[in-house]
Design a protein around this ligand. Structure first.
Ligand code: SF4
Length: 364
């Protein structure tokens, strides 16, 4: 749906400046921003994807987001739209993120030929219709995921505000390329986020993601954490691109110093995809080395994803090394926390939020 945007300034010559993400696009009349989802019409900025969803939603284990220390064992109602403010050559969700909406958000148009006519219909859903669907599903959490949710600001804000009233927790799975103004609004209604640190240097961001650098992502992570949001970090390790051990160590030390040692870090295995097909899959030895670096840097909770590793799937108490949460793949098989979410063995606080095991167990 087309709706007037939030967080923009009117400039001269019918130009506008969008302040929803750190690109801060200055957009001429009849043009769109870098994310392709925002259109300037005669000096008024519109989002074209308000309530435009790629499907009615799906139900995922929260571990798939990945969030491992937030409502472990729960299902989460997951929704997405199209578009992204990044154009990463290795995007693992490119068939959603690199499509753009038509002029009223009823259709997604895709550059590459996965769909027969390179387009597909978007489902239109108001925030209250979506909240009703979530309630009927039995889920107590919603994730804005698969494409970049920060560019979906208006819909995310409206849905998450209603969700809060209905006691449903809201989660972003995001590249974190936000602005302080947008973050000030998001922290009022969003409960948790997984932020993707694509690398710990500016040149990777410039070359691979086509954005100016890493700093806005770090600023967002600090901003959200300081306002009480539960934060987990993902780092997709690509051989010969961002697998330098010194850089990984710098990233881990930054997380400890700025977000706290209790911040979960997920190292994720890369599989060749989209326009980056010239690298091999991440060796398990690289991921396990990163795991050891994170542990030595003082992080309490490090995980390995997208590949089976005996090291990186369970949650251990950082004090007594007892298994706090045992998993097989995304399935939680045991939780060893007391009623206050402390370690059942030694009583150490774990910083894990949410408790219990709740799978609603159906897909549509
Ligand atoms: S959301 Fe970001 S990329 Fe999209 S128009 Fe606004 S500033 Fe540009």
């Amino acid at each position: 749906m087309k709706k007037e945007a939030m967080l923009y300034q009117k400039l001269d010559d019918k130009r506008v400046k969008c302040n929803v993400c750190a690109h801060r696009c200055v957009i001429r009349d009849k043009q769109r921003g870098i994310c392709t989802t925002r259109l300037n019409e005669a000096g008024t900025l519109y989002t074209l994807i308000y309530g435009s969803l790629i499907s009615r939603g799906s139900i995922d284990p929260i571990e798939k987001k990945p969030l491992y220390n937030y409502y472990p064992g729960h299902d989460i109602y997951s929704i997405a739209s199209v578009g992204c403010n990044f154009h990463c050559t290795m995007c693992q969700n490119w068939s959603i993120s690199q499509c753009f909406p038509n002029e009223n958000g009823s259709k997604a148009i895709c550059e590459e030929g996965e769909y027969k006519d390179n387009s597909y219909k978007l489902v239109q859903m108001t925030p209250s219709e979506l909240i009703e669907n979530i309630k009927q599903s039995g889920c107590e959490l919603i994730a804005f995921t698969y494409n970049e949710p920060t560019i979906w600001h208006e819909y995310v804000m409206d849905v998450a505000s209603l969700a809060k009233k209905a006691n449903i927790k809201s989660v972003l799975v995001t590249n974190g390329f936000s602005t302080p103004e947008a973050s000030d609004e998001l922290v009022k209604v969003i409960d948790a986020a997984n932020i993707d640190f694509k690398a710990f240097n500016d040149s990777f961001y410039k070359r691979v993601a086509k954005v100016k650098g890493l700093q806005p992502v770090l600023d967002t992570a600090k901003h959200w954490k300081s306002h009480g949001m539960h934060i987990e970090i993902t780092n997709l390790i690509i051989p010969e691109e961002n697998d330098n051990p010194i850089e990984i160590q710098n990233m881990c030390e930054w997380i400890v110093a700025n977000l706290g040692p209790e911040t979960p870090l997920h190292f994720s295995a890369y599989h060749p995809d989209y326009k980056m097909l010239n690298h091999s899959q991440t060796p398990i030895t690289t991921l396990e080395k990163a795991f050891d670096i994170a542990h030595a840097a003082g992080l309490y909770y490090t995980y390995i994803g997208n590949v089976h590793s005996s090291k990186g799937n369970n949650t251990y108490c950082h004090k007594c090394n007892n298994i706090l949460i045992e998993r097989t793949g995304f399935t939680v098989s045991a939780i060893n926390l007391d009623a206050e979410n402390n370690c059942k063995n030694c009583g150490e606080p774990t910083f894990i939020k949410g408790i219990g095991k709740k799978r609603v167990g159906f897909w549509f």
